[in-house]
Ligand binder design. Structure first.
Ligand SMILES: [Zn+2]
Length: 69
């Protein structure tokens, strides 16, 4: 069995987590990449750092980029 490949994240990518932030938002923007991933809450603007593993565990889905037609 091959190990599951690590999930790729990109700067500015938007993600939805399984549990809401205390402010009520599920949506975050990736602001930092590395061993830990930096996320910014889209509702209240708070920053958090999660390990890649922790983020993969909490991630519900990736979101399409915001578009302004
Ligand atoms: Zn928040």
């Amino acid at each position: 069995m091959l190990a599951k490949p690590p999930m790729e994240f990109a700067m500015g990518e938007r993600v939805r987590l399984r549990k809401p932030h205390p402010c009520g938002s599920y949506e975050w923007t990736v602001t930092r990449l590395g061993a830990d991933i930096g996320l910014k809450c889209e509702s209240c603007g708070r920053y958090v750092m999660l390990s890649r593993r922790e983020l993969e565990k909490r991630l519900k889905t990736k979101l399409p980029p915001l578009s302004h037609p």
